[in-house]
Design a binder for this molecule. Structure first.
Ligand code: ADP
Ligand code: ADP
Length: 225
């Protein structure tokens, strides 16, 4: 599903150039659940942003489902992203002015799904995430754990092949964190590929494989199962 080769990413400011990714190559196969770990500043978010087609690399190849996307412009990246990738963030990133229902419906509006189909899919996924009883509430009226369940619902409502999660339990207590990890595990078992950045060794034990990074490079890949 993902094959990146010799990826380079630089950030340039007036005084300094940072090499955020230095010659990174990796593969993620369909159906895998992979953790990316490493100290702050090692390039995890940069890598996840590129994998998620939110940003483009300076050099190297990125094959997404056998399509070379490294040189795609923003419009083509956005099109591919909307239909294929779901995102889950540490800080939930829900829209405070929209209800739970409306937040989850949003990706379906962007991809022009019909109103009847939208209602069916949103209700289905709210049931699955056990948050249906809060459908008319606003994010600020929910606990952190509930907000992250809404965010997972929003990430999966389009049936993406790939979920990218950036510290999905970082703002949760351990019981809510475990619940979110359990949801991700169920999605993976149903066939969704997941790449998750985490600082938590505990959360990494839910995955199949840990890619460890240091100073913009991948250093080891531990197989867990
Ligand atoms: P991590 O997610 O592992 O903490 P990042 O991918 O955020 O690491 O950052 C990798 C490196 O790139 C760091 O040295 C960081 O300071 C730098 N960096 C990240 N984003 C920017 C940016 N927008 N402008 C300049 N430097 C950046
Ligand atoms: P609940 O879901 O039970 O309402 P939360 O998941 O919101 O709880 O929060 C769990 C714990 O994490 C709380 O102790 C809270 O203070 C802490 N916490 C929540 N958000 C943050 C944050 N952004 N940074 C640091 N700690 C946080």
């Amino acid at each position: 599903m993902i094959k990146i080769t010799d990826l380079q990413k630089y950030y340039r400011t007036e005084e300094v150039e940072t090499v955020a990714l230095n010659n990174v190559s990796l593969e993620v196969k369909e159906g895998e659940f992979v953790a990316i770990m490493g100290p702050s500043g090692c390039g995890k978010s940069t890598l996840l942003n590129i994998l998620g087609l939110l940003d483009d690399p300076d050099e190297g190849s990125y094959l997404f489902n056998d399509i070379e996307v490294a040189k795609f412009n923003e419009r083509k990246r956005s099109d591919l992203r909307k239909h294929n990738i779901g995102f889950v963030f540490q800080s939930f990133n829900l829209i405070d002015e929209l209800t739970v229902y409306e937040n989850v419906e949003l990706p379906l509006i962007y991809t022009k799904v019909s109103a009847t189909e939208r209602k069916k899919r949103v209700e289905e996924v709210l049931e699955k995430m056990q948050i249906m009883h809060r459908r008319n509430h606003f994010p600020q009226q929910l606990s952190g754990g509930q907000q992250q369940r809404v965010a997972v619902a929003r990430a999966v409502v389009n049936n993406p092949k790939l979920i990218l999660a950036d510290e999905p339990t970082g703002n949760l207590d351990s019981s809510n964190g475990n619940e979110v990890m359990q949801l991700l595990t169920e999605l993976n078992e149903a066939g969704t590929t997941i790449v998750m950045v985490t600082h938590s060794e505990h959360d990494s034990r839910y995955t199949h494989r840990i890619i460890r990074m240091l100073d913009g490079q991948t250093v080891t890949e531990n197989i867990l199962v």
